[in-house]
Every structure is written in C-alpha cells, then in structure tokens.
Design a protein around this ligand. Structure first.
Ligand code: OSB
Ligand code: MG
Length: 369
C-alpha cells in the first residue's frame, strides 16, 4: 500500500463548559484531522490532539502541524507499507513529537484496516464490544458545584470519577466528594502541580481511599514519584511522564508508580501503545486509557483500543455529550448503563459528518505526496 494523497482539516469545537486544570482553562478544542488516501482510493483518518498552548506537555498544535508537513509526510512518500507498524519504524529518526506521529500513524492503521475490510479491533487481543467508562471533572468554583456535577455523572452511570486538583483546591473538595459518595471509585489528577514540599497534603489525600493519584509531580520527575509511592498506600499513576515504553520501564524499575494512564497520542501511536500494553500485562501494572478531549474520530480510535480486556479500570473515555454539543461523526458515542459500545464499522468504525465539519472548520487543504 502507498499513501498518495493527504487531506488536512483544521477544526475548532466549542466545549459545553470550560475545563479548568492546574495549568489553565480550556474553552474550545482546536484539533486537526489528517485523511490519508492510498492508491486504490481507500481513506484512513487520524486526529491530531495537541493543544494550542504547551501547558500539558511541550507539543503544540502549530509545531505538530509543521513536523507533520515537513518531516513525517515526506517519510511516507513513495514508501510501500505492508503493515501499519512499519510507520513507527519509519518515524524512529524523528525525536519527540509524539502527538504529530500519532495523528499520521493512527490514520495509517485506519487506512490499512479499511483496505482489508477489517475493523481495527481485529488487530488486538481479547477484545470486548462494550467498555466501562469514567469521567474527568475539572476544578470547580465551589465545593457545592463539584458535588452537583459528580452527582450528575454518577446518575448517568459513570463508573469512575476523576477530579482535577491544584494547590488550595485539593484535600477539601476531594474529602467532600468522598463523604457524599463513600463507595465511588474516585481519583485525583494533579497535572504536575505539586512538589515534595506538598508531602503533608498528599499524605492527607492518602486517607480518602482514592483509587489512585495521577501525576502529582513534574513530568520529568521519576525520583520524587518513587519516594512518594513508598510513603503512600494509594497507587500513584503517571500520565505526563510517560512518552515511550522506556519511560514505563524506568518507572517500573524505580517503583515510581503502580499505574499508567496510557494515551495513544502521548506515546506516538498504536504501535508504541501496544508495546507498552504488553509490558504492563507482563509486569501487572494497572493500565487504563486516558483522553485528550478527542472529537468523535479520536474517541472511536480510543474505543477500539480500549476494547482490549487488559483495560479493566474505567478510563477517561466519556460520552461525546460530556464534551460537545455536536460532534463531527455521524454517530457520536453515547453512554448507556456506564458503558460505551465499540463502533462496529471498518477501521475505527465511524463516518464523518461533513455538515458539522464544514460548520467547525477553520482551514482545509489537500496535497499529493
Ligand atoms: O491530564 O488526563 C489529563 C485532558 C486534557 C489533557 C490532559 C488530561 C485531560 C483529562 C480529560 O483529564 C480527559 C478526557 O476526558 O478526554
Ligand atoms: Mg492526567
């Protein structure tokens, strides 16, 4: 198979409500789609999820676009690709830029599956048709607001609730949620907002029976996560620290965490995500699938990948209506009894809603490669 044409769509979807984390406020999600065509006219789609501001990790939407245009697409030009994992190999000479690589690599997986009349799940082991889902709740102005929002998600059937924390918005809101929902599978995500000086607060969180505490310290810091894990009963989960299998191996060797938030785009695509998954299985590391406010395209990909049995802990894949009024696929993901169904069609299993793409599009072009 050869990639002969690339269509690039830039979009901007308004969020239903602003999402507040320790690093900032998100009001709308800008993202791009890359539609790759082969010489037979089959088409695969990948979503570029990088944020406009380099606050979560260092990549931005603008620099990912540039890396895709100037370095990644030229590497595909005139190449015969027999299996999508070969793209991972082709991209090895380009350092970092995981989200850029993932946008293209996942499009090739979708394309390969469609070309061979397969659903993406057929490339994975031990898959399920429905997966249990969780939700990530941003920092709220008041504890009353937070309790109301959590109640709302619990009523909708979400099986796990993650709450964003930041200094001064941590123990009290979490304790209030725990008191009102004693049995809830509850966790906190700090997005790197703390340092070792905050040990006393983190030890107080340890009394709340949290399922895990996600990324308390800096995204390059394996050492203090290890020292913290030694002092806490609550499992530490790493998100921003993990870009490659080698990062997971480092965390495992040191004992920096007991759990990994795996995001396909943060590790450069499906091939690397599969390598990480098999290491986690072997070492019995709790692994769950995170999210990046994906549109229906990235969400469909996440659903295909999360269909694997190894994902027992409900991740951050929520119903489309948790994020957006309207989505850009014809059948947006809908939570029923705390579960999302894995789309059944070929490839990632969803079709684009072109009316909505036109409505939210900010730029579009196509090139032959
Ligand atoms: O830290 O997991 C995170 C969203 C964007 C960037 C980073 C994170 C998140 C979330 C929400 O927590 C995940 C989602 O619901 O898509
Ligand atoms: Mg996180």
């Amino acid at each position: 198979m050869r990639i002969v044409e690339v269509r690039h769509e830039q979009l901007r979807l308004p969020l239903k409500s602003p999402f507040v984390t320790s690093y900032g406020v998100l009001k709308e999600k800008a993202f791009d789609l890359y539609l790759l065509s082969d010489e037979q006219g089959n088409q695969g789609i990948g979503e570029l999820v990088a944020f406009e501001v380099p606050d979560y990790i260092e990549e931005t939407l603008a620099n990912s676009r540039q890396v895709i245009r100037d370095f990644l697409l030229p590497l595909l030009s005139d190449k015969e690709i027999n299996h999508p994992s070969e793209v991972w190999q082709l991209f090895q000479g380009i350092q970092g830029n995981y989200m850029a690589k993932s946008a293209i690599e996942t499009a090739v997986w979708d394309l390969h599956a469609k070309r061979h009349n397969r659903s993406l799940v057929t490339y994975f082991e031990e898959t399920r048709q429905k997966i249990p889902v969780g939700v990530s709740v941003g920092i709220q102005p008041t504890i009353a607001d937070l309790l109301e929002i959590v109640q709302n998600y619990v009523d909708q059937g979400y099986q796990r609730v993650k709450i964003k924390i930041a200094p001064t918005k941590d123990y009290e809101p979490l304790a209030a949620v725990r008191q009102k929902f004693p049995e809830l599978v509850l966790m906190a995500d700090a997005n790197s907002a703390y340092s070792w000086e905050d040990l006393a607060m983190l030890e107080r969180l340890d009394t709340l029976h949290l399922a895990m505490i996600e990324q308390p310290f800096h995204q390059r810091d394996f050492v203090h996560h290890q020292q913290l894990q030694q002092r806490l009963q609550t499992p530490i989960c790493l998100d921003e620290n993990i870009r490659t299998l080698e990062d997971v191996q480092t965390a495992y060797a040191l004992g920096s965490c007991q759990s990994i938030n795996l995001k396909i785009p943060r590790v450069g695509g499906i091939t690397e995500a599969l390598r990480i998954l098999s290491f986690c299985k072997e070492k019995k590391i709790i692994v769950w699938l995170g999210g990046m406010f994906e549109s229906g395209v990235g969400r469909a990909l996440n659903l295909q990948f999360a269909s694997q049995q190894v994902f027992q802990f409900p991740g951050d894949i929520s119903g489309s209506n948790r994020y957006y009024e309207a989505d850009i696929v014809t059948e947006p993901a809908l939570v029923i009894d705390g579960m999302l169904a894995v789309p059944q069609g070929l490839g990632i299993g969803v079709d684009l809603n072109w009316n909505n793409i036109k409505r939210y599009r900010t730029f579009s072009d196509r090139q032959t490669i």
